[in-house]
Structures are given as C-alpha cells and as structure tokens.
Design a binder for this molecule. Structure first.
Ligand SMILES: CC/C=C\C/C=C\C/C=C\C=C\CC(=O)SCCNC(=O)CCNC(=O)[C@H](O)C(C)(C)COP(=O)(O)OP(=O)(O)OC[C@H]1O[C@@H](n2cnc3c(N)ncnc32)[C@H](O)[C@@H]1OP(=O)(O)O
Length: 295
C-alpha cells in the first residue's frame, strides 16, 4: 500500500471561496482527510493504482456542502495522481449514502444553496466523467444522491437487504436531467421513467433484476468482489478503456457542462418554492419521527 496523504483540506464557511488547496505528501499508506473529522478516507494501493474511497459522515453519509467539496477535491487529486481505479464505498454501517443533506435544501441561505448545487455538479462531473475505472461497493442503503453516486460508477456491487433508487418525487422534488441521464445510461429509458415518476426505492434483489446493480454478494464480500472486478478493468489497455468510456459518456457530460448555470438557477428557483419547502419540511419531520421511534 502506498501513496497520497492529503492533510488539512480547509473548507472555509466564507463564500464563494470554499477551499484551500490540500497539500499532498507521498507516504506508504494513504488517508485523505477532510475538514469535518475524517469523513472521507482514501487509501491508494501504489502497486495497482487503485484507490478505495470510504465515505464516513455518520449517521447516514448525507451530502452537505463541505462533504461534497471534500469528495470533489479527493476525486481531482486521484485523477491528477493518475490513479487507475476507484472503489467507492462507505464506512458507516448499513448506509452507503443517504443522498443530499436535506438540511441544505430546507429553509436555505440562497447563496449557499447555489454553491451547494455547484459542488454537487462538480462531484458528478468528476465521478461520471472520470478516466479511472470506478466501482461502487454498495454496502448499505443508497437513496437519491447515494444512488446517483453509485450510478456514476462503471460497475455496481451491492449487499443484500438494502434499498437503492432515485426517490426524489417522494420528497416533492424532481431529479434533474443529469440524474435522469445517469440512470437512463444504466437501466434504460422506460425503467428510468417508471423509477423517477414513482420515486421507487428498489430492494437489492429488485435492483439486480432491473440491472440497476450488476452483482449481489454478502455484506462482507462487497469490497473483495469490487477488488476482484477491478482487476478485469485494469487488464484492458488503459487508453482503449478510457476512450471507450468517454465515447459512451461525453455527450451527457457536455450537456451539463454547457448548462451548468441554468441548472443552478433552475434548482434554486425550484427549491425555494413554498410548496417544495413544505414538502421538505414534512419529509424531515417524518424522518425525525421514525428516528425517534427507534430510540
Ligand atoms: C425542475 C427541476 C430543476 C432542478 C432540480 C430541482 C430539485 C432537485 C433537488 C434535489 C435532488 C435531491 C437528491 C437527494 O439526494 S434528496 C435526499 C433524499 N434522501 C432520502 O430520502 C433519504 C432519507 N433517509 C432515509 O431514508 C434513511 O435515513 C436511511 C434509509 C438512509 C437510513 O435509515 P436509518 O434508519 O438507518 O437512519 P434514520 O434514523 O432514518 O436517520 C438517522 C438520522 O439521519 C437523518 N437523515 C437521514 N437522511 C438524511 C438526509 N438525506 N439528509 C439529512 N438528514 C438525514 C435522520 O433525520 C436522522 O436524524 P435524527 O437522528 O432524527 O437527528
């Protein structure tokens, strides 16, 4: 094992300048540290060039601005370091990623809301458009933005008894076109339309049936299975693999690149609607009640 140590990524609250560039040192093992404790753990195997990125923002790895910024910076660094593969997984038991932090969208500061959305776009552009071979090792629930992260990857391996899907309509919000395009690329137009309009959360087994995930293995085998699959990707001549991926994804990537600011404006205008705020408030209330009932 070897490689990057990135320390001291500072995420400033002051907008719009969010981050200072993280410093990188070569070491024998890797840990990319984020601002809010160690919420992103990245190990790079120097022999294979494969990075394992573990999301670690308890309780549910929800994606707030700072966390998205950490992920985006880490992806940029891995790409710059010419890592060949990335395994994206979670260090939080039973949760891969709960999607966007709803608190970022509920009663928002409008300026921060827009920076938040741009940071999500950044993560998507970097992950979906990555030159690396990417595998999602889905070791927990994966709603909405969690499903987006997984579907950005080249291959998905999931443990049984969890759920995955784009459930936005259940919150009274709408998955934007690039979420749709990402899912369409995995399961096709008809199944995506069905999934999006109903906000379906699929069980692992259902997800396998519609090919939203490629493989199901027991919980403790998810990461080993991802490592094994990664070997297959790494055997392919690098340039041929990368260009083939680019051929499949470039138009979708360019579509967002060209429309970024329109997309930010659409998101902001949609999110601040009274009806949307009401729906988000009710959804948060429902989550809180459910969580309290467990305690
Ligand atoms: C016209 C169109 C133009 C533009 C586009 C417009 C709009 C697009 C907008 C947005 C797209 C958004 C995508 C998203 O990602 S929205 C987020 C959706 N996520 C969810 O619905 C997940 C909700 N959570 C769950 O289902 C569960 O928490 C779970 C299955 C992930 C885990 O269940 P557990 O039983 O293990 O844990 P809980 O007790 O439920 O939760 C613990 C704790 O965490 C809080 N929480 C959960 N999820 C979130 C979240 N996503 N954001 C913030 N907080 C979350 C939960 O309330 C509990 O908190 P407390 O313990 O009560 O404090």
């Amino acid at each position: 094992m070897a490689t990057l140590w990135t320390r001291g990524i500072q995420v400033c609250r002051a907008l719009p300048r969010l981050c200072t560039a993280p410093s990188v040192q070569r070491r024998t093992s890797v840990r990319l540290m984020s601002t809010e404790k160690d919420n992103l753990l990245v190990d790079v195997d120097s022999k294979t060039g494969v990075a394992t990125m573990q999301m670690n923002r308890p309780p549910v790895n929800s994606l707030n601005l700072e966390f998205l910024t950490s992920i985006s910076i880490a992806l940029e660094k891995l790409e710059n370091e010419k890592c060949r593969g990335l395994i994206l997984t979670s260090d939080v038991p039973k949760i891969f990623c709960a999607g966007l932090d709803i608190l970022e969208m509920y009663q928002p500061d409008v300026e921060r809301l827009q920076v938040f959305w741009r940071s999500l776009q950044d993560v998507w552009l970097r992950l979906y458009g990555s030159k690396m071979a990417t595998i999602a090792a889905i070791n927990g629930h994966s709603p909405a933005g969690g499903c987006l992260l997984a579907t950005c990857c080249d291959y998905r391996i999931m443990a049984p008894n969890y759920t995955i899907g784009l459930n936005e309509t259940q919150l009274g919000i709408v998955a934007p076109f690039w979420f749709r395009d990402t899912m369409c690329g995995v399961i096709g137009h008809r199944e995506t339309e069905h999934a999006l309009t109903l906000g379906i959360m699929y069980s692992t087994e259902e997800a396998l049936n519609i090919k939203l995930v490629d493989k199901v293995v027991p919980q403790d085998k998810v990461i080993p299975a991802a490592q094994e699959k990664m070997k297959q990707y790494l055997k392919i001549p690098e340039v041929a693999r990368q260009l083939s991926k680019d051929l499949m994804r470039r138009e979708t990537v360019e579509k967002l690149r060209l429309r970024r600011e329109d997309d930010v404006a659409a998101f902001k205008n949609f999110a601040v609607r009274e009806s949307v705020q009401k729906s988000l408030g009710m959804y948060l209330e429902m989550l809180k009640k459910k969580s309290q009932q467990k305690k």
